[in-house]
Write a protein that binds this ligand. Sequence first.
Ligand code: ACO
Length: 313
Amino acid sequence: MSFRILGTGSSVPKKIVTNDDLCKIVDTSDEWITSRTGIKARYITEEETPLSLSYEAATKALKDAKVDAKDLDLIICATLSAEYQSPSLACLVQKELGAVCPAVDINAACTGFIYALDMADSYFKSGKCKKVLVVAFDALSKFVNWKDRSTCVLFGDGCGAVVLGEGKGLLHSQVHAQGDMSSLLIGDLGDGKPYIHMIGKEIYKFAVSTGSTEIPDAIEKAGLKQSDVDHVILHQANRRIMEAVAERLEIEKDKFAINIEEYGNTCSASIPLTLDKMNRNNLLKDGQIIVMTAFGGGLTSGTCVIEWNKGEK
Ligand code: ACO
């Protein structure tokens, strides 16, 4: 027995930074950013902390799931922007929630949420867990070089969370890695700060080829056809990437969820943020098939095919 999603939650910082705001600090334009990426605005952390945003998303997910934090068997936080090297963000969330279970952070960059679900699957299958909280928090604004127009316009901060319980919601999951630091690296390359260094065109190609090969592969491994899919939640990195992937598949374009205009690329949070928004807008019905695919630093990628059966007793 694997898991089904019992509840979702999300949180974003208060401060909204629009494309016009960015035009005041770098040589760019709303027209360039919108036409190249689909992004209009992003939320940027000011007084919020990784813990405050994670706690907010987690409590909303627990409430939606009607699960008490004391009943959690495991907390996994997917993040590359935790506050401290140690304790992990997951341990801080565990304490704040009053949970008594093991807690661990994982880093798979933008694919972190999918890796966390894949890990959770093994815990459910081994019988070690009956309730798992997955929190995906990232604040890439912390690593943005605000003088580099080719990256600073892309990223935003946010957090998404899901509570998982035993069930038959997960139909298939797969994760991959191909170690590479030439096209995407977050670290100090002599600038004195751990900035984002990215060759956008390389990541773009990786994202389109990953999405268009992994999605049909995962659907087939789940024993389904592309026509069975109701929603695709692709990592929200660039509207053009999502459109290019959609063109290569036999899934109608309007089944691709898109919220990049409001959030930008929120790294590991992007898929659960989108899922939470869809859940709260009542767009998800029991029995629907959702494909979630992410790609990012590492390079990593992964896909989960789930049946939405949150309402099942
Ligand atoms: N405003 C105006 N001009 C800009 C800007 C900007 N913000 N940024 C770059 N330009 C210029 C460049 O300097 C270049 O000018 P030049 O031709 O005179 O040299 C021109 O625009 C074109 O730049 P390109 O890099 O070729 O633009 P491209 O069409 O490839 O779009 C983008 C760039 C949006 C970054 C795209 O490549 C992309 O989305 N890549 C994928 C990024 C991604 O998905 N990252 C996710 C992973 S992040 C993670 O895992 C942590």
